[in-house]
Design a protein around this ligand. Structure first.
Ligand code: HBI
Ligand code: FE
Length: 295
């Protein structure tokens, strides 16, 4: 299978990352090799077995409804029929990471970009760029959840506005994406569960984000998230925990312009900081609150 077409690099909060051609392509389903399908099957089986105890129910329900475990790389046109009926989203196949404004425009129009290529057998545990498994298995199941689907479109619209305001606003919004869509945790009656795509598509971080005593787990608060740097090359030092997808959607309701102005007067915090007033979950437990600093 041919490799994706890289166009240039972009300096972002994620570092100096490759940015790909911005066009939409057809999913080359007939060109996938037996090894490509095998890579999907290995990654799917490994994650699905693990995530019953770690992912939120809405994610697991989406995986089942799409039939992502039916064997081999799923066909986007099949998934698009399911999506169209459920929430009106559509997948578009792309070469890989898109420039922010192109990416936001897709989300604002209920199109989710999915890389058409899948990682190699020797990259099962880590690769530096989003491939088909990360995008499709990680991001797409929750697009069947109506509230999360609305959040993703609202995020895209917010991104278009932030891009017009400038790089600081854009950085604030990118942190919101990072600590929710990519690395978010959600509170359930059974304890903390994962909804972030960057976690569910990674075996190591799925376990680490819920069971390790090392990272902070802090109740979601919009400004707090936007003023917190993130790391791209290690497991997260802090995970933000939402109470519900409605909470996330409601947070994107107001216009962010005044918030961006307020944030410009405040310090940006390191990824591992714990601040006065943070609602911190007990370290290393799967549920329960510790109010204030008694953890
Ligand atoms: N492009 N294809 C793709 N997928 C992403 O998740 C993505 C992107 N470009 C930029 C980006 N994410 C983040 O920087 C967003 O916060 C904008
Ligand atoms: Fe992603």
């Amino acid at each position: 299978m041919q490799t994706p077409r890289r166009v240039e690099h972009q300096q972002t909060d994620r570092g100096y990352v490759p940015v790909y051609a911005t066009g939409v392509v057809e999913q080359p389903w007939d060109n996938y090799t037996a090894t490509d399908h095998q890579v999907w099957n290995i990654l799917y089986e490994r994650q699905r077995a693990l995530l019953s105890a770690y992912a939120c129910p809405e994610f697991l329900e989406g995986v089942e409804r799409f039939g992502l475990g039916d064997g081999g790389i799923p066909r986007f046109d099949h998934l698009n029929q399911v999506l169209a009926e459920a929430t009106g989203w559509q997948l578009v196949a792309v070469e890989g990471l898109l420039p922010d404004e192109v990416f936001f425009d897709h989300l604002a129009n209920r199109r989710f970009p999915v890389s058409w290529w899948i990682r190699k057998m020797d990259q099962l545990d880590y690769l530096s760029e989003p491939d088909l498994f990360h995008d499709l298995f990680g991001h797409v199941p929750l697009l069947l959840n109506p509230v999360f689907a609305d959040y993703m479109q609202a995020y895209g619209r917010g991104g278009m506005k932030a891009h017009a305001i400038g790089p600081e606003a854009l950085m604030n919004l990118t942190r919101l994406y990072w600590y929710t869509v990519e690395f978010g945790l959600i509170r359930t009656d059974a304890g903390l569960r994962i909804y972030g795509a960057g976690i569910v598509s990674s075996k190591g971080e799925s376990i680490y984000s819920i069971d390790s005593p090392a990272p902070n787990r802090i109740g979601f608060e919009l400004a707090r998230v936007m003023q917190t740097r993130y790391r791209i090359d290690t497991y997260q030092q802090t995970y933000f925990v939402i109470d519900s997808f409605e909470q996330l959607f409601d947070a994107t309701g107001p216009d962010f312009t005044p918030l961006y102005a307020e944030l410009a007067t405040r310090p940006v915090h390191a990824a591992g900081d714990v601040l006065e007033g943070d609602k911190v979950y007990q370290r290393g437990t799967r549920e329960g609150w510790a109010t204030g600093g008694d953890n």
